[in-house]
Design a protein around this ligand. Sequence first.
Ligand code: SAM
Length: 450
Amino acid sequence: MRFDLISIFPDYFAPLRLSLMGKAEQTGLVDLHAHDLRDWATGKHRSVDDTPYGGGAGMVMRADVWARALDEVLSVPLPEPCGEGAPASFRRVLAIPTPSGTPLTQARVEDLAHADQIIVACGRYEGIDARVAEHYRGAGVEVVEFSIGDYVLNGGEVAAMVLTEAVARLLDGFMGNPDSLVEESHSGAGLLEYPVYTKPREFRALEIPDVLLGGNHAAIERWRRDRAIEKTTRVRPDLALSLDASSLTAEDRAALASCGVAYTRDGTAYRLQVRLAQPDDAAAVSELAARTFPDVCPSSLPAEAIEEHIATQLSPTVFEAVLSSPEEHRLFVAEVEGALVGYVLTHVGAHALPGDLVRPGRVEEGSAYLSKCYVDEEWRGSGIADALIERAVADAGEAGHAAVVLGTNRSNKKAQNFYKRHGFRKRSSRTFEVGGVRNYDVVMVRDLTA
Ligand code: SAM
């Protein structure tokens, strides 16, 4: 790929001949040309700037000087593309650095890496006469006005080097190990990179996370992905809300939801808040409970039994009572754009466990009992249920409980796998009646003492 960097300070670009960039130039992967804009200036002083029309401070770079330079550089012959499928015409891009341009992103850089020639017109003073971009755009040239950040530099040279290096390192053969490009920040799904570590193993009392020393590659990959998600949501919430949803796994969605970002099935992202419910949430929780409960009932359960259960067990009055005693009942809700979309209820008081579980030896004494976790249909698969469960478990742990216990229908393997993913293990079974119908549950326990 050919780069033409035009500036009144062409010596600025000397560092591009160092390191990997220098090697890429030597091997012919990049063809780097630094030009002095003054070579196209005329007159005794070879002046490239003049006072601004309309008045004001500073000088503006002249369009006529830039046009002479750009006409010439835009028409230099390029090496004929070779090989099957080689494009019939060249892609030449005129890149103009300016703090008022669109932010330079990895996606833009990835696109520019397919160009044949990039010409960078480096401004100085108050910038380049606006008619330069207008003229070349009008003439059919691909013009990219880009900014490298929300701050102002003295000139476009640093921005030109940023663009050149960011593009060149994506060219096939530039990196010694092309795998280095795969998991970088801003690549793939759009996450920032996870933290990286090397020797020494101990540095000023700071240690390497255990998982990286264990050799379990799947666990390492998961840990890295979770750290990347956590960092992206914390440092760049804008990026966390615009990820490529098609590349997110169920585990990614769970990690995102735990960090306050939920993706719908169609790939739209929302900010999510998981919080302890307050007494004035009772009516909304009751509505949520009433619309989610029927979805999980076995088909054998008659409609009247479901209705009766909703009327007697999930009424606003029941939830008012629950929310009035947070020392016994812990109810967390998931809220998206002011609406409740999921909840989890744990009983933690002295009588937390249902009678059939208290029998000696069945579950640890002092266990918290996770009695309900429901999420609105449209939010299933978004990771919200995972975030709710983790929040309830963390809450039980903070309160000193040895374990969290739950019962789930024995035929619902999906739910059992879900709880397994959250560290619950099958312990025993139980039976109970709803509306005169016998139900069979597996009892699962998550040990909090480990
Ligand atoms: N008057 C201009 C403005 O307020 O937008 C700033 C001109 S600046 C002093 C001079 C040159 O530095 C610009 O023409 C551009 O080439 C370069 N430059 C400064 N900040 C930049 C940034 N954040 N991104 C890209 N180029 C920048």
